[in-house]
Design a protein around this ligand. Structure first.
Ligand SMILES: C[S@@+](CC[C@H](N)C(=O)[O-])C[C@H]1O[C@@H](n2cnc3c(N)ncnc32)[C@H](O)[C@@H]1O
Length: 332
């Protein structure tokens, strides 16, 4: 499978021309941050000579309109149930959030990506994170592959759930260190893109990056057997990206990704203790109070208690019945 439609165009007019309504399963994108090039190099502590030139920045005074325009195109091309991840610095984050608030897109998680090589400062805190906004488009089935990287029963030496940890909303992922190699400005690490793509898409899905830069999203999409479409406005950066794609083999990342252990639910079949039932009920109430829906709450409990989904559903049902009849598990 090798299906790419990548354009050397402005993503706003380009999307209108080339991409149909509701046709994209997943958007992963990293728009220009609206800060001037010199301060960017200084701020992000870069050796300018190793950074590809040709990068097109958006003047600060145009950032509001620019954000509104590309985000409304993103909303249009995303299928109902499709997901979008937007990487953003903090300078113009509020404009991105404000533009998003004028769409139907639903903010699901605000992820903090903590990276290495933060901005060295002496009289303030060191800046070493970006924001990643994860949203979905209402009206269709959302792809979220809960166990694509770690099974429900996989634990570290201290007994902590690896699946739970991988799905926390602070991601510690290092930027790639490429000494003396040419890089695009703000090139995202492959590991970061792989993670978003594994959770929110499947093989054969169509992924779009509105701002391709160093083509990192395109490379990962091809490597994971997804279809890719996207835009890069700069002729110079686009040509370098196309050059990078020449050596990329479809599916090359599939062998490198971790295979999760199947969920066996180690306690399956074992009788429930009264204490365990009570803890499940408490946890269920907590999760619902935090705003999780029934399905999400049961998934979480399933992982935390190493029990199957239906086993928990049955316990909840019998608890509700007992409670209605004033039985042994009612509050006292
Ligand atoms: C932050 S970079 C993307 C970096 C990319 N994620 C990577 O990993 O290399 C943003 C890119 O958007 C491009 N760009 C700026 N305005 C654009 C527009 N209107 N349409 C398409 N690309 C644009 C810039 O030239 C730059 O290469």
């Amino acid at each position: 499978m090798f299906d790419i439609s990548i354009y050397n165009e402005n993503c706003i007019s380009g999307a209108r021309k080339h991409i149909k309504n509701s046709s994209v399963d997943l958007i992963i994108t990293d728009p220009p941050y609206g800060i001037d090039a010199n301060s960017f190099e200084k701020h992000y502590n870069r050796n300018g000579s190793n950074v590809n030139d040709g990068y097109v920045e958006i003047p600060a005074e145009e950032y509001v309109d620019f954000s509104q325009s590309w985000i409304s195109e993103a909303e249009r091309i995303l299928r109902p149930g499709g997901s979008i991840y937007i990487v953003s610095g903090y300078t113009n984050l509020f404009h991105v959030l404000s533009a998003l608030s004028r769409t139907s897109l639903r903010l699901v998680n605000h992820i903090v990506w903590k990276y290495n090589f933060g901005v060295y400062t002496t009289r303030k805190y060191v800046s070493s994170h970006y924001h990643i906004l994860y949203l979905t488009k209402p009206g269709g089935k959302v792809t979220f592959n809960t166990y694509c990287r770690y099974g429900a029963d996989e634990h570290d030496a201290q007994g902590g759930s690896l699946n739970y940890r991988d799905r926390e909303d602070v991601w510690i992922i290092n930027k790639e260190y490429k000494p003396n190699q040419k890089k695009n400005r703000n090139e995202l690490p492959r590991e970061l893109i792989v993670k978003m793509m594994q959770y929110s898409s499947n093989e054969g899905d169509l992924v779009c990056d509105m701002f391709l830069g160093g083509f990192s999203t395109a490379i990962v999409a091809i490597g994971l057997n997804r279809r890719i479409t996207g835009f890069e406005i700069s002729q110079k950066i686009y040509s370098m990206g196309i050059e990078r794609l020449k050596d990329i083999k479809p599916g090359f990342l599939l062998d490198e990704t971790r295979v999760p252990q199947p969920n066996t639910h180690i306690k399956r079949g074992k009788p429930w203790t009264e204490y365990e039932i009570r803890r499940v009920m408490e946890r269920y109430s907590e999760l619902r109070a935090e705003g999780r829906n029934k399905r999400q709450s049961i998934d979480t409990i399933s992982m935390e208690f190493s029990r199957g989904y239906f086993s928990i559903t049955n316990i909840l049902k019998s608890y509700q019945k007992e409670k209605a009849q004033g039985g042994f598990l009612s509050e006292n």
